[in-house]
Write a protein of this length. Structure first.
Length: 163
């Protein structure tokens, strides 16, 4: 799974630590989870999002059950995350909030500004679940990076390193 996260993150110009942190928050690395909202797999994709991303990836005859395949889910989820980042000018906090709560809500929240820094935006997210989701991913990114740096300094190749 780590190799897939690295490869799909690189393909979509994403930080692999962000992707791993999002997966941790969405599914706790359980590839077979289906949420109460009918989101599937590691990156918790809705069937409609999975179908659209599969179409964009050139995957023909896509079926929802394929979202339970870790490689497919990460492939489609990283594409979707890249699109959220592009939509919100590369601002990670906006993209993560949109991934969780929907992009139209983030457009509304963004318009409610101005905010004095990204921390103020995150603190102003009116959905507790989304606010805590964004905070947890940012925190986990730092933790994963620190663990990898420690492991890398003890002769193991870090996640961000290419082989």
């Amino acid at each position: 799974m780590v190799d897939t996260i690295k490869a799909e993150s690189a393909k979509n110009n994403l930080d692999p630590y962000m992707v791993a942190s999002l997966i941790r928050q969405e599914s706790e690395f359980n590839p077979s989870v289906v949420s109460y909202a009918n989101a599937y797999g590691l990156m918790q994709l809705l069937p409609s999002v999975g179908k659209q991303m599969a179409h964009e990836e050139g995957i023909s005859h896509f079926e929802t059950y394929q979202l339970l395949d870790p490689a497919t889910n990460i492939r489609l989820g990283t594409r979707y995350l890249r699109q959220m980042l592009e939509k919100f000018g590369g601002v990670e906090e906006y993209a993560l909030a949109a991934y969780n709560a929907g992009d139209s809500r983030v457009v509304d929240w963004e318009a409610a500004g101005p905010y004095h820094g990204m921390d103020e935006f995150v603190e102003s997210i009116p959905f507790t679940q989304t606010r805590e989701y964004v905070e947890a991913i940012l925190r986990n990114e730092e933790t994963y990076r620190a663990i990898d740096e420690y492991a890398g300094s003890h002769s193991k190749a870090p996640m961000g390193a290419s082989r």
